[in-house]
Design a protein around this ligand. Structure first.
Ligand code: FE2
Ligand code: FE2
Length: 131
């Protein structure tokens, strides 16, 4: 199930970042699909969670390094936002690992809102540093 629709408004104009954001959106959708226990095909949620964790952490490290290299003036506050992101992902991870948690979809929805908002509003502030 598509829980987060890719929007070209997310594009920053830096191919490496745009590609990483696309994969992030794709993995979130795969996780949403894996939650549907009636779906017979596709990877299970443990597998997608592990993929999402490694992609998300690598992306944030990559982004922070690139922002630092280009002298992005809001680097420190952006790093703090990423820290919040790690926390939200950690909550999501715990929710998916606990079979008794009934609120998985709500936690995933929170992550979706955060990702949308972060790419469209926060990562977008880096655009002027790309030329
Ligand atoms: Fe990003
Ligand atoms: Fe970011």
């Amino acid at each position: 199930m598509t829980i987060l629709q890719w929007d070209d408004a997310f594009l920053l104009g830096e191919p490496s970042l745009d590609q990483q954001h696309k994969v992030l959106v794709q993995l979130i959708n795969e996780l949403s699909t894996a939650m549907d226990t009636s779906a017979q095909e596709g990877p299970d949620s443990d597998f997608v969670l592990a993929e999402l964790a490694s992609h998300l952490y690598a992306h944030m490290d990559y982004e922070e390094q690139l922002f630092e290299d280009r002298g992005f003036s809001e680097l420190l506050s952006h790093k703090l936002l990423h820290e919040k992101y790690r926390q939200i992902f950690h909550d999501l991870y715990l929710a998916f690992k606990d079979e008794d948690r009934p609120d998985k979809i709500q936690v995933l929805q929170k992550m979706v809102e955060w990702v949308e908002n972060h790419i469209a509003k926060e990562d977008a502030k880096f655009k002027p540093y790309l030329s």
